[in-house]
Design a protein around this ligand. Sequence first.
Ligand code: ADP
Length: 517
Amino acid sequence: LYFGGLMCTHLAAFRTAANIRKRGVAHVMDAPLGYFDANASGLIRGRLDAAAADTETLLAHNLADIVGTITLFFAMLVLMFVFDWRMGCACLLAAVISILTMFAMMGGKNARIMAEYQAAQDRMTKAGTEYVRGIPVVKIFQQTVYSFKAFQQAIEEYSTKAEHYQADVCRVPQSINLTVTEGAFVFLVPAAIFLAPGALADGSFAGFVTDFAFYAVFSAIISTALARIMFASSGIMLAGTALGRIRMVVEAPALKVPEHPKAPQGSQVEFRDVSFTYDGAETPALSHVSFTVEPGQTVAMVGPSGGGKTTAASLIPRFWDVSSGAVLVGGVDVRDMDPHVLMDQIAFVFQNSRLFKASILENVRAAKPEATREQVLAALMAAQCGDILEKLPKGMDTVIGAEGTYLSGGEQQRVSLARAILKDAPIVVLDEATAFADPENEALIQKAFARLTKGRTVIMIAHRLSTVTGADKILVLDQGRVVEQGAHDDLVAAGGLYARMWADYNQAIRWKITSEQ
Ligand code: ADP
């Protein structure tokens, strides 16, 4: 029966874990993109995948044990008294004492001590992770583990708490517990000695001996049963915390999908009095931002770091939803659109463009799965990736990240530009971060940008002013507000923040030229 039971519980456990993963992943797919910014992918995977596995012990193993233990407990109670209730009581006494000692260890003020002990363990684990993350810094600055005060303190605190918990809380009850469970004879033998003369006298000694043998074997089962209860409770605890982690994923806010989605008309992008505050932030990242980008226009966002450029760009594909106002694409509020239709309208190239550990072909084709090899190649050539393909052993079938094939930051960016070109969306949102590219790469990236943006509506986050002079409109964002907007020449003539930035920029170029002479 136990074997059959385990078969069933294992099947159920694996199915449950698989369903948790499926539901979690399905839910995560509906979360707004900003959710992945705030929750590292490793964290989500850990919460979902590892937590699903943590439910397995309880369902596959402990469940059968719990049923077995409950059955055993009632069977024990009956059997105790069937043959000889006096010897049964002696055995039961051991079980009662054992249960009392367990309560003594876990109940009352000891529960608080145990909670403190576990909290100290958590703190130590966290400080340990911090320490491992900081090892490069420790090595560079020739520090030792002792310089990580927080880690050292956490270890010492844990050690004090652990000693206190074990010496003052557990030592006596656990010793008694082990003695009575492992040596249930403690009570059985004296009881037998006490009862033996009576049995001899009334001639039932043979029966008495077999009864004694039964209880001697039986008493050993008590400790097994009690140990199983302990393991089962740890399994329940483990599964409980696992469920908590899973809940954090499946209860993440999902992107609100409209019941009657509207279709966008054209590729105009409009910000209508948009304000946005990040969760938990006190000041808004954007306040009352309004502007329009007509189809085919290029609009560049410039301004000091932290001005709100990235935030504004992220609101278009609904990384987050606006706090007030509206973002319109093709005349329709992005919240009234089917998210898939919205995504079809927009191609993004952001700073940390991610490439999968797959061939270049597959990486680019991710933007348009039905694209042919020729179309992918054309996109790669348009994104100036010819030199990359030439130097790779298997051309565009080379797997990135495998067999020592790595691409530089600038090269990765060109491949992700090819992806955006292949997508062929009418609106392009791009972060022109070429900061890490070498001059040669930069020239190629600029060419690829030109190909990507030709004839499309473009919203560009610009970091250097040289690339924005040709834009149809420049938005100057400072502290979440559009402080100026217009064409380059008009803004320079206006003598505001942009004119100052332009003057600084020109000075920087002059400074570079003279220093190189
Ligand atoms: P920029 O791209 O112009 O440098 P950002 O849009 O990145 O500016 O930032 C605008 C403001 O929003 C800044 O004050 C920044 O600290 C804040 N901010 C940016 N990202 C987040 C985030 N994920 N959570 C909270 N605040 C953020």
